[in-house]
Design a protein around this ligand. Sequence first.
Ligand code: ZN
Length: 149
Amino acid sequence: MASSDTVEQARRAAVIAELEAVGIDGGVFHTMAAAGQLIDIVCETPKCYCPQGREFFPKPPIPDSDWDPTIDHYPILRSNGGHKDPWNVRLAHKLCNREDYSWRARITEMIKEGLSLEQMAEELNRTGVQRPQGSGPWSAESVRRAFVS
Ligand SMILES: [Zn+2]
């Protein structure tokens, strides 16, 4: 029992060290790592755009890099009143977070406007918004699937 606790503590400390290596010196991710609620330092958005993969973050961090880590407010977007709580964050590359936010916020807005999934798909295709999963144009099904991902 004691040795598995030691292993777990070492694992949590390693995650914290990894957070610091990518420029995250405190905050909610440290809290989560210390509690054993963050296992890997990976981009957690449904679609990661980083050519070097979900696990890549510049070390040391590069100011203004698209691939630096950031807090993605999820599932409750910051624009909808979400906070940086352990139950409402995921780790993301800056660019992946921006892309995710852009279509998610647009779909949220259209739901509030009362549009159907079919109308949302038409609007997303018309404005050239990239689908986060799969390829081809948006459809009613892919709008719903993406939104609940
Ligand atoms: Zn990413």
